[in-house]
Design a protein around this ligand. Structure first.
Ligand SMILES: Nc1ncnc2c1ncn2[C@@H]1O[C@H](COP(=O)(O)OP(=O)(O)O)[C@@H](O)[C@H]1O
Ligand SMILES: [Mg+2]
Length: 318
């Protein structure tokens, strides 16, 4: 269980996090989605005691992060954004150091290490030097390390950033497996698809504030069920429809190329914030311009992986 109560962080004149409140029940996989600089890591750093809140607080399984610091720390495992494994040590040595820091007994460390390496499918690499592992393996090792002391809560800060699509899916499968074992997971990401695939609930974070929060399904349904991406001239905009029939009956003025597809979480995000979360630098640029009288927007995002159905047909003209 995580309860966040008006958590705030200011850096000099910058309000990095503005009185965010949240309640994440035990066992939930919660995605904290937002572009670079939104305040995701700042939130995790406060929740894990790495930086002090300017005001507000949070509770990890009823332990106040400001008052019950040591107990609060026992509640979680953390996978930070940057790889911080000891590259010159072996896989098992990295896990052992972590176990000792958490005052696990030698026997306990040995048993847990063997279980957890098998769990993340790294048993064959027990004695390998970390620097010889691939990026995906290092991520899985960081997750294994965070789980060594069997925490109830797992913080994952952009766990798949920079990984290839197929390797990312492997990490997703692991995250799902951890969630199914009853662990509460707080995951930050700027990959919308990742949040849509994994999360029970998603909060959109922008400039230190939560813009909206709901299940991926509800966020998508608010936007519509079917979308048409329409190319006219050199712009691409998107129209939303409650049913496939409505979308198919849609009749544009003149000849247009269009793609019919299911609405996805990215549509909901862009409609609500006027921004994409990728690429990372997007956040500082001007919001996309709006076209037409529909709930359209200029869609320049990738909609891959959402079963988009390309019709690229031409509408009949009268
Ligand atoms: N130690 C710091 N000192 C000053 N500003 C910081 C510090 N850490 C983060 N920031 C700023 O706070 C904002 C939020 O950063 P961060 O939480 O890292 O965002 P995210 O993880 O969502 O990309 C950014 O504008 C960032 O530049
Ligand atoms: Mg970050």
């Amino acid at each position: 269980m995580i309860k966040i109560d008006k958590l705030t962080k200011n850096y000099a004149t910058l309000e990095a996090l503005k009185a965010v409140s949240l309640h994440i029940p035990k066992g939930e996989l919660f995605a904290y989605l937002g572009p670079n600089g939104a305040g995701k890591t700042t939130t995790i750093r406060m929740l894990t005691g790495l930086t002090r809140p300017t005001s507000g607080t949070a509770f990890l399984n009823s332990y106040d992060i400001r008052k019950d610091v040591l107990s609060a720390k026992q509640q979680y495992g953390l996978v930070p954004q940057a790889v911080n494994l000891d590259q010159e040590l072996t896989v098992s040595e990295n896990l052992k150091i972590h176990g000792r820091l958490y005052r696990m007994t030698r026997k306990n460390i040995q048993n847990r290490m063997s279980d957890i390496l098998s769990y993340v499918e790294l048993s064959d690499y027990t004695d390998a030097l970390v620097r010889t592992l691939s990026g995906g393996m290092k991520r899985r090792l960081m997750i294994a390390r965070a789980l060594m002391h069997e925490p109830a809560i797992l913080f994952l800060d952009e766990p798949t950033v920079g990984l290839d699509a197929n390797i990312r899916r492997k990490v997703w499968a692991l995250i799902k497996k951890i969630q199914q074992s009853g662990t509460t997971i707080f995951l930050t990401t700027h990959y919308i698809e990742e949040a849509e695939f994994l999360a029970h609930r998603v909060a959109f974070l922008a400039k230190g504030s939560i813009v909206t929060m709901d299940t991926p399904r509800n966020l998508i349904d608010r936007q519509g069920k079917w979308a048409i991406d329409r190319i006219s001239g050199d712009t691409l905009d998107t129209l939303y429809f409650a049913s496939r029939k409505e979308a198919e009956n849609f009749n544009a003025n003149g000849d247009v190329q269009y793609t019919l597809r299911r609405v996805n979480l990215e549509d909901a995000f862009i409609a609500m914030t006027g921004k994409k979360t990728e690429p990372a630098a997007e956040f500082t640029s001007a919001p996309p311009s709006h076209h037409g009288s529909h709930k359209g927007h200029s869609a320049h995002g990738s909609h891959g992986g959402h079963g988009s159905q390309s019709v690229h047909g031409r509408h009949k003209t009268h």
